[in-house]
Design a protein around this ligand. Structure first.
Ligand code: GLP
Length: 261
C-alpha cells in the first residue's frame, strides 16, 4: 500500500486526476470504477477541467461502473448514484450513458441485481482502476462494519451514522434510503488498482484504522491491506491520525519518477 499525505484537498484532486489519466492513457478502453460522495469531487472537477482545456486523454473507449447505489429512490432521482456520476463526471467527459453501468435498484430485480452486476464486471474484463472514498465509520463503498471481507455485490442496510452523514444530500435523514446495493469487499479486491481518496478531519480515525490497524470486518476499509496495488491520497487533516505519516511522505518524495503511482 502506498500512502501519499498531501497538503490540501486540491492537491489530492490534482494527483487523483493524474492517476485516472495515466490509467486511461495506458489503456484507451480502460474500465473505471467510480465512487460518489464529496471526496472524489475535486478529482472529477480536475478531470473535467483538463478535458475541457483539451489536455486530457480521449475517453472515447472508456467504460465505467458505479460502485454502489441507493435502493428505493424514484427512477432518475438526482441523488441516485447513477444520476450523480452522470452529472459530476461522465456527461462532462462525454462518456455516454450506455458505457456507464451500476447495480440496478429496479425493485423487480433486487434479488439478482448483485449477481448481474458481477457478471457485467467479468464481461468487461474487470475494473482497471477503482476510485474509493472512506466512510467516517470505516465503510468502503456501502460495506458497513461487520461486512464480510470476501463479500460480493449485494443488498445492504445502512447504519444510522452513514444515513446521518449522507443526509446533507437529501435535506433530512428521514429521506436517506435505508437500503443500498454495493460492490462487496471481495469485489473491490478484484480491481487491478485501487485509489482511495480521503480528505478532512472527519476521516482521520477511519483512515488510521484502515491502513495501520488490524485487518478486520469491524473496519471494512482495512481490507485494502490485502490488495497488492493500493494508492491512498490524503490531505493533512485526514492523515493526522497516521503514526507513520512522515515516513509515508519521505517515501513519496524519494520515489523515482519512472515508478509512477
Ligand atoms: C458514501 C459512499 C461511499 C463514499 C463514502 C464517503 O456513503 N457510498 O462510496 O466513499 O460514503 O463519502 P464522502 O466522500 O462524501 O465523505
Amino acid at each position: 500500500m502506498e500512502i501519499v499525505p498531501l497538503d490540501s484537498a486540491e492537491e489530492v484532486g490534482a494527483l487523483g486526476a493524474d492517476v485516472v489519466e495515466t490509467a486511461v492513457r495506458g489503456r484507451p478502453g480502460a474500465v473505471l470504477g467510480l465512487a460518489t460522495g464529496s471526496t472524489p469531487l475535486p478529482t472529477y472537477r480536475e478531470l473535467i477541467r483538463r478535458h475541457a482545456a483539451g489536455s486530457g486523454p480521449s475517453y472515447d473507449a472508456v467504460r465505467c461502473f458505479t460502485l454502489d447505489e441507493y435502493v428505493g429512490l424514484p427512477a432518475g432521482h438526482p441523488e441516485s448514484y447513477r444520476a450523480t456520476i452522470a452529472r459530476e463526471l461522465t456527461d462532462p467527459l462525454g462518456i455516454p450513458a450506455e458505457r456507464v453501468q451500476g447495480p440496478s435498484p429496479d425493485p423487480g430485480g433486487l434479488a439478482t441485481a448483485g449477481e448481474r452486476y458481477e457478471e457485467a464486471l467479468v464481461a468487461a474484463g474487470g475494473i482497471d482502476l477503482q476510485i474509493l472514498g472512506i466512510g467516517s465509520d470505516g465503510h468502503l463503498a456501502f460495506n458497513e462494519p461487520g461486512s464480510s471481507l470476501a463479500s460480493l455485490t449485494r443488498i445492504k442496510t445502512l447504519t444510522e451514522e452513514t444515513r446521518r452523514d449522507n443526509a446533507r444530500f437529501f435535506g433530512s435523514v428521514d429521506d436517506v434510503p435505508r437500503h443500498v446495493l454495493t460492490q462487496g469487499l471481495g469485489t473491490i479486491l478484484r480491481a487491478r488498482h485501487l485509489l482511495l481518496l480521503a480528505t478532512g478531519a472527519a476521516k482521520a480515525a477511519a483512515l488510521a484504522a484502515a491502513v495501520e490497524g488490524p485487518v478486520s470486518a469491524s473496519c471494512p476499509a482495512s481490507v485494502l491491506q490485502l490488495h497488492p496495488h493500493v494508492t491512498v491520497l490524503c490531505d493533512g487533516a485526514a492523515a493526522a491520525g497516521l503514526a507513520r505519516r512522515e515516513h509515508y511522505r519521505e517515501v513519496y518524495d524519494a520515489k523515482p519518477a519512472w515508478q509512477g503511482l
